[in-house]
Design a binder for this molecule. Structure first.
Ligand SMILES: Cc1cc2nc3c(=O)[nH]c(=O)nc-3n(C[C@H](O)[C@H](O)[C@H](O)COP(=O)(O)OP(=O)(O)OC[C@H]3O[C@@H](n4cnc5c(N)ncnc54)[C@H](O)[C@@H]3O)c2cc1C
Length: 494
């Protein structure tokens, strides 16, 4: 699990969406002139051909990515304000970016826009006595984790391993400062601008740019160590594993989180000399004493055959680098690494359906076996305990899937080329998602926005109960749709 704090925490013009697809040859000159005369000396403007342009605009996935004619590199609040004003007066759509990690097919509608690149806004301040951390708008999660680990503290994840103990990251937000579309900056807490406090925690990217946010942090588990248990099974063990998951997931102890990953395995093939096939990785992390952790993951020992397994005690800031048999330095863990063409799908799971999970496994194995160019794809489940998530009232924030038992996410890597279409691979990504979503015990397809594709009905992403209030907020704070590049909210619903 890896992600940036920016939008996961918020889950963290008179332009219409349709008009975004139009290019803007005249406006771009006006925009560049405006930016050059408005940005502070440390800010800068990049256009195609400038040395930093490609780096600044390349997203982690280039699949359905937006395109830009101008980049405004901002370094402070005034630069952010100037960038919004210049884009608005030139009538040019914009997108705020930092780590550029998230995926959304709708990004493709933004062509020839302005990228407001905020990577310099990554300051992190820890107040260990007050148990708080303040993170600027483009702060990265690994930097947050390392800053806290150094002082014996930790933090919840968006959706992540510690959620059973401490809830979601949005539940830890104490206050934040947001620049609204009209470029005023307001403080948002449960008492100041409470309507925004509710909406930002689930749809924050719709209401402005969050300059910084302050979170509550927690004392580290004793010794700062977690039990990390890794297993690799042949995919034929899927039936047994999903049956065990179905039994165990609803009663997981609060410190436990289980993540899975199905991957095509050249190694397994070499060892056994059998046909290429996928294997099922299971990673279990227990944020507590090793003996308790071993007891909590004992059920994974009962699944056979096990191709390999590994138990280690890992400091919590090193978990991402060590889970799934990693050895601490794999380049793929670098959030700055780019995947090329990778699309994402996801689904909320309220109940594990064993037959459907096995069918999904077979569909995925068929995909990566028949289409070698798809072999970098992955198929993951996150089942983290949810005691502390559910202890927070459902109506406290816009985030709609507090009751989820787990989350499924698929990353489809169209390796090395873009000539492999969805049709060529038999629309398997959509079919595989349906296999799970149709049996997940949900009200149709439901998906955590960080794992969404962009093809889902709006109700599947935000939840139909939340939409009337979210639409009213959108109408109040962003009636002209300036912040519409990512999962735009309507201004009225239904
Ligand atoms: C492989 C993978 C694994 C993941 N694992 C997890 C996981 O375990 N748990 C989890 O919770 N999530 C997970 N995610 C989702 C992840 O949270 C998002 O991809 C990530 O948060 C995107 O952040 P970003 O800053 O790169 O935003 P972008 O993807 O660049 O932007 C998304 C939207 O947020 C806006 N935005 C960014 N910063 C701000 C800001 N400061 N203020 C207002 N709007 C802003 C952007 O303008 C854009 O509209 C995963 C994603 C991937 C691809």
């Amino acid at each position: 699990m890896y992600f940036s704090l920016g939008s996961s925490a918020l889950l963290l013009l008179t332009l219409t969406l349709e008009s975004w697809a139009l290019s803007f040859p005249r406006g771009s000159d006006e925009l560049v002139d405006c930016l050059k005369s408005s940005l502070s000396p440390s800010g800068s403007v990049q256009t195609p051909g400038d040395p930093l342009f490609v780096n600044d605009t390349t997203r982690v996935s280039s699949y359905d990515a937006p395109s830009f004619k101008v980049v405004s590199q901002v370094t402070n609040e005034d630069d952010v304000r100037a960038s919004i004003k210049c884009a608005t007066s030139a009538n040019i759509p914009f997108l705020f970016t930092g780590p550029k990690h998230g995926f959304y097919t709708g990004f493709e509608k933004l062509q020839n826009g302005l990228e407001i690149y905020t990577a310099a806004l990554d300051q992190i301040t820890v107040d260990a006595d007050a148990n708080t951390i303040t993170v600027a708008g483009a702060g990265r999660f690994q930097d947050v984790v390392n800053s806290l680990y150094a002082v014996g503290k930790n933090i919840r994840a968006g959706i992540g391993r510690l959620q059973g103990l401490y809830g979601l990251l949005i539940d830890s937000i104490l206050s934040l400062y947001i620049m609204l579309p009209n470029t005023t900056v307001v403080e948002v807490t449960k008492d100041k601008n409470p309507d925004l406090f509710w909406g930002i925690r689930g749809a924050g990217f719709n209401f402005g740019y969050v300059l910084n946010a302050t979170y509550r942090v927690y004392d580290e588990v004793p010794n700062g160590q977690n039990l990390n248990a890794d297993f690799e099974y042949p995919y034929t063990a899927a039936n047994e594993f999903y049956q065990a998951l179905k039994d165990e997931a609803p009663k997981m102890p609060a410190p436990l989180c289980i993540a899975t990953s199905l991957q095509w395995s050249p190694t397994y093939n070499k060892i056994d000399g059998v046909m290429p096939q996928t294997t099922l990785f299971v990673n279990a992390v227990y944020a507590g004493p090793e003996s308790e952790g071993r007891e909590a993951v004992k059920f994974l020992e009962g699944i056979s055959p096990v191709l390999r397994k590994n138990y280690t005690e890992v400091p919590w800031n090193q978990l991402t680098q060590n889970a799934f048999f990693l050895k601490g330095d794999e380049a793929i863990l670098n959030c700055a690494a780019t995947y090329g063409e990778r699309s994402v799908f996801g689904a909320v799971i309220n109940q594990v359906d064993v037959d459907a999970s096995v069918q999904m496994t077979e569909q995925f194995n068929y995909l990566v076996t028949k289409y070698p160019q798809m072999r970098g794809s992955d198929n993951s489940m996150y089942f983290c305990a949810k005691q502390a998530v559910e202890a927070v009232p459902e109506d406290s924030a816009a985030y709609a899937w507090r009751g989820a038992l787990g989350h499924q996410t698929w990353g489809y890597l169209f390796e090395g080329n873009s000539s492999t279409s969805d049709a060529l691979i038999e629309y398997l990504p959509e079919k595989i998602r349906s296999t799970i979503a149709d049996t997940a015990g949900t009200d149709g397809l439901e998906v955590y926005i960080g794992f969404s594709n962009g093809d889902e009905p709006i109700e599947s992403v935000f939840g139909k109960e939340k939409l009337p209030r979210l639409a009213a907020l959108k109408k109040k704070y962003d009636p002209d749709g300036l912040f519409n590049a990512y999962h735009p909210l309507p201004t009225s619903y239904p």
